[in-house]
Ligand binder design. Sequence first.
Ligand SMILES: NC(=O)c1ccc[n+]([C@@H]2O[C@H](COP(=O)([O-])OP(=O)(O)OC[C@H]3O[C@@H](n4cnc5c(N)ncnc54)[C@H](OP(=O)(O)O)[C@@H]3O)[C@@H](O)[C@H]2O)c1
Length: 148
Amino acid sequence: MTADPWTLGIIGGTGMLGYAIAHAILKARTIPPDRLWISNRSGRADGFDDHPDITLTTNNQDLAQGCDVILLSVPPAMADRAVRQLFLSAGTMMANAQPTPAEHVQQMIDYAGTTAAGLEDMRRSTIAQDIAKGLDAAIARTRTIGSS
Ligand SMILES: NC(=O)c1ccc[n+]([C@@H]2O[C@H](COP(=O)([O-])OP(=O)(O)OC[C@H]3O[C@@H](n4cnc5c(N)ncnc54)[C@H](OP(=O)(O)O)[C@@H]3O)[C@@H](O)[C@H]2O)c1
């Protein structure tokens, strides 16, 4: 994300919680209506008549591509599927895409958005050493696995 106005997408933004969040954001003018996307399956947009500049879609993919920040406000079973899909997509991207994982990480850091802030913080933490310790433990186990 840059200093430019950012775009928010609420998947399930017409549900009880998503609707309340969307209206609170519009009321507080956190972002202008033309920077708000809302998706659901039915295409119903009850209660948003006063905000014709909002983008309403039944296509979550379009929302994901059009928004800087995505808020998931769908029933738990759907959220579970979405998170699993995220891991599947990440794995597919790493398996098929041209840039290496390290290059992807660098691209996200260079973009200097929310992901970069999280990545930079993790880089300052001991996470790399902790993962290396876990891998060392697994390697040590492979060396003893036939003997115990
Ligand atoms: N309500 C609360 O007070 C509250 C409090 C804390 C946490 N939560 C959590 O917040 C989440 C939403 O709760 P809610 O009460 O707002 O539920 P809800 O009223 O049932 O709203 C669900 C929304 O998700 C949409 N939706 C369902 N499947 C979708 C899909 N595949 N793609 C896009 N949109 C989809 C629905 O619209 P369509 O049917 O048209 O698709 C609807 O707009 C839940 O996980 C709930 O546990 C709710």
